[in-house]
Design a protein around this ligand. Structure first.
Ligand code: 2E6
Ligand code: F3S
Length: 316
């Protein structure tokens, strides 16, 4: 049987970022150092395959610190935690390791610094997302104002319009965020912020790669989880850049082959928390349905690496 031809454009960069790589290593090294069980507060990164693999190695995933026994180590997820969480762990004399991505920690430090300088904080982010909860939780409850859309800017009630600063979630859409920042600057010309926003290098590079290839693709698949903010943004970016069918898939079993009938080109990328093995699985599945010509679309190179915390580099 001859298979229909398909050009498969593989985005580069795609998949794991330095913060995800580090967070997973932290759990693996903690298991080596202290043995099982090691507790992890929240999914270490938003990927079921990653979480299931670590669970098999002895990690126990919980949502809150009070679900952990005080005599086992606990790791905080890559998304960051409110200040009250390490404080509570210390009070309970627990061993804890913070796997918050250093680029998220940088935003935490900025928010605290602006507040110490007397500025009221505005956070651009998604309500309820653990990173937003963690960043807002660097300051006392009610101190940080959340903005999700340009329309939210109009209804903000601030203490002093000349004493404001903003920070952002690291995984937002670059274009949506630019609109929100523009609305903030229009209403509060003296608002202080980062040069553009706090969106990280990995989010930026993955969105740029999708933008470059989407117009040439009959369909775009993003390997990633439904609770992964950066992965969901890649689907939106692809659709907005002109791809008629843009879809999130967790793995090959999720592919809707009927919806893809008749396509001649496919764009494939993966969110920052999606492991290579799942991308390979998707490519293999396409090879079974099509005569695939693989082309990599490279728009940036990444050489970022983060060290694991010292406690894990020392012998037990
Ligand atoms: C931590 C911070 C940013 O949902 P989101 O995209 O934030 O998270 P993951 O786990 O899908 O991606 C990695 C990550 C971790 N991004
Ligand atoms: Fe960090 Fe960005 Fe990855 S904030 S965890 S490098 S998506």
């Amino acid at each position: 049987m001859t298979l229909p031809p398909l050009t498969l454009y593989l985005a580069a960069p795609r998949g794991f970022c330095a913060g995800v790589d580090r967070a997973i290593k932290i759990v693996e090294m903690a298991l080596q150092k202290w043995g099982a069980p090691v507790y992890v507060r929240h999914e270490i990164v938003h990927n079921k395959y990653v979480v299931d693999s670590l669970r098999e190695q002895g990690a126990v995933f919980v949502e809150e610190l009070d679900e952990c026994p005080p005599d086992r180590p606990v790791i905080f997820s890559a998304h960051g935690v409110p200040k009250a969480v390490p404080a509570e762990a210390a009070e309970r004399e627990m061993v804890y390791v913070d796997a918050t991505c250093p680029l998220v920690s940088k935003v935490h430090i900025e928010a605290a610094r602006h507040s110490e300088n007397g500025l009221q904080m505005v956070m651009i982010g998604h309500a309820g997302h653990p990173e937003t909860v963690g960043t807002m939780g660097q300051l006392p409850e009610g101190e940080v104002l959340l903005v999700e859309t340009p329309a939210d800017v109009a209804t903000l009630s601030v203490r002093d319009p000349d004493k404001l600063a903003f920070v952002t979630q690291t995984t937002l859409s670059l274009d949506d965020t630019a609109e929100i920042v523009a609305a903030l600057k229009a209403r509060f010309p003296n608002i202080v912020g980062p040069h553009k926003e706090d969106i990280c290098y990995a989010t930026t590079n993955r969105q740029e790669a999708v933008k470059a290839m989407a117009p040439d693709c009959d369909a775009l698949l993003v390997v990633g989880a439904p609770n992964s903010s950066n992965s969901k943004r890649l689907v939106e970016v692809g659709a907005r850049a002109g791809c008629r069918y843009a879809q999130l898939v967790q793995r090959a079993a999720d592919i809707d082959w009927r919806a893809l009938e008749g396509i001649r080109s496919l764009g494939l990328t993966a969110g920052a928390s999606a492991p290579d093995v799942l991308i390979e699985e998707v490519i293999d599945a396409f090879r079974q349905h099509y005569d695939v010509t693989l082309e990599t679309v490279t728009t940036a190179e990444e050489h970022v690496e983060f060290k694991v915390p010292r406690v894990l580099r020392e012998p037990a």
